[in-house]
Design a binder for this molecule. Structure first.
Ligand SMILES: [Fe+2]
Ligand SMILES: [Fe+2]
Length: 241
C-alpha cells in the first residue's frame, strides 16, 4: 500500500490509500484530508493499521507537531481508529467532534479530552472556517456529522457519496451514479426519515468541492450531486417504510 497525496482545494490535501481487496474487482479508496491553516486539521484518522503509512505521508505536508485538530464524521475504524496514535504523535492536537459524539463516545475513547461543537458552530483554524453540521444517523452512526469549509466551499462529507474504484483525486464527472451503485452493493447508509432532509440541508450550502472519504473528490455543482442522492434516499426510505 502507498499513499497518493493531492491538493484538491486550496490548502486541502487528500491522502489516499487504494486497497484492491475491498469491493473487488474495482477496489476501494480510503481518503484522509489534511486541512492547512494556522491550526491544521486532519479529517479521518485512518485505521490503526494504516497509521504508520499515513503519519509518514502527513509529515511530508505539515510537521506533525503543528497538527492542532483531529476530526472525522463518525466513530468507526477507518474514520477514527488511529485517533489515539495521532494524539500521541501530535502533542498539540485535540480531537474535535459534535457534542453528541463527545458525550457518547469520545470523552471516554480519546486519550485527551475532546473539544465539543454544537450543530452549526464554526471552528476557525486560521485561514479556514469549518462549520460543524450534526447529521444524526446520516450516512450512519448516531453521532454522525460533517464539516463545511466556508472560505472555499468545501464540504467534508465523509461516507456520503461513497463509490468504489480508483478514479482521479478530483473529478468533475458524475459521482452520484457510481455512489448509488455502490450503496446498492453495500447498504451502508441509514435510510431514515431524516436522511433526505440532511442531504438537502448540505445541498443548500451549495458546496463547490465535495471531499469524499471513499472515491474521487468532486468539483462542480455539489448541490445537484447531493440533491440527486437525497432523491434516491427518499425513495429508498419510502420503499422500506
Ligand atoms: Fe462509515
Ligand atoms: Fe468511511
Amino acid at each position: 500500500m502507498d499513499v497518493a497525496t493531492d491538493e484538491i482545494a486550496a490548502g486541502v490535501y487528500r491522502l489516499s490509500v487504494y486497497v484492491p481487496q475491498v469491493a473487488p474487482p474495482a477496489g476501494f479508496t480510503f481518503n484522509h484530508f489534511l486541512i492547512d491553516g494556522d491550526e491544521p486539521m486532519l479529517f479521518h484518522t485512518g485505521s490503526r493499521q494504516m497509521f504508520p503509512l499515513l503519519a509518514e505521508a502527513a509529515a511530508r505536508v505539515i510537521p506533525l507537531g503543528k497538527l492542532a485538530w483531529i476530526s472525522f464524521g463518525h466513530v468507526e475504524s477507518d474514520e477514527s481508529g488511529s485517533m489515539n496514535q495521532w494524539l500521541a504523535a501530535a502533542p498539540k492536537a485535540q480531537v474535535v467532534h459534535g457534542q453528541l459524539g463527545c458525550d457518547v463516545s469520545l470523552s471516554d475513547l480519546a486519550d485527551r479530552p475532546p473539544r465539543a461543537l454544537a450543530d452549526g458552530e464554526v471552528l476557525d483554524i486560521g485561514g479556514k472556517r469549518l462549520r460543524w453540521l450534526a447529521t444524526p444517523h446520516v450516512p450512519h452512526g448516531w453521532e454522525a456529522g460533517a464539516f463545511y469549509e466556508e472560505e472555499d466551499g468545501v464540504l467534508f462529507c465523509g461516507d456520503i457519496l461513497t463509490h468504489a474504484g480508483r478514479g482521479p483525486a478530483l473529478t468533475r464527472s458524475d459521482v452520484t451514479g457510481p455512489a448509488v451503485q455502490t450503496e446498492q452493493m453495500f447498504r451502508a447508509m441509514t435510510m431514515a426519515p431524516n436522511t433526505g432532509r440532511e442531504l438537502q440541508r448540505m445541498a443548500a450550502l451549495a458546496p463547490r468541492t465535495l471531499a469524499l472519504m471513499h472515491g474521487s473528490s468532486f468539483e462542480g455543482d455539489g448541490a445537484a450531486a447531493l440533491k440527486e442522492l437525497a432523491a434516491f434516499c427518499e425513495g429508498e426510505a419510502a420503499a422500506r417504510a
